[in-house]
Design a protein around this ligand. Sequence first.
Ligand code: DC
Length: 231
Amino acid sequence: MKNRPYYGDKLLLVTIDGPAGAGKTTVSKILAERLGYKYIDTGALYRGVAYEAQKAGVASDDDAGLEKLCSALDFKFARDEKGLRLFSNGADITGEIRTPGISMLASAVSARPVVRKCLFAIQKELGKEKGAVFEGRDMGTVVFPEAEVKFYLDASAKTRAERRFKELADKKGSPTVAEIERDIKLRDTNDSSRSLAPLKPAEDAVIIDSTGLDIEAVVNVMLSHIKKRVF
Ligand code: DC
């Protein structure tokens, strides 16, 4: 692939962490494409666990049930013309994991150590092949502290809610901006107050506030940091 940046003789591992709605997914996809790297959305894994738990009737605080469920997980990412898709036991669950209910449930199960332990191993396996952009909450702090380039992408809760609203706007029964902002703040509190792998910037992360920036501007800031790291 053209322009794939190396650090020494290694392809880089790039991590992008930050709260819900900060633009991580859009930016990570574009960045990975520009770098010729693969893109992994780790939030989809937590959503996948939430989806499977709901389907199996396992409560988000039932550690024994979650542990059993996690030990039997069979997740695979695949790419097609519509983007990154998540398969669970061979079934495409990409659409099913993007509902407000699964968002809240994913936040709840992500606070359970049994779930984090199991997904840690899956993520480490995925990270063995470098030349990747990993998006999540604890990529730079816990899962890949060794990553060569780390970003923490943030934006005000209002801006994040407005962006989500625009994404959902065409869908039937979508929530209001105020409802989305309330959910986002609740998830921020859950994600940053949990004792295990809380949402926070890694000490060596580049913090980018995207409140007043469009996507292209954020990607350009990131690319310029990557160039500085490589050359
Ligand atoms: O990025 P997302 O909204 O799809 O993530 C869904 C939930 O999963 C989020 O509320 C927190 C959790 N999560 C996590 O704890 N660690 C990650 N690396 C990614 C997501």
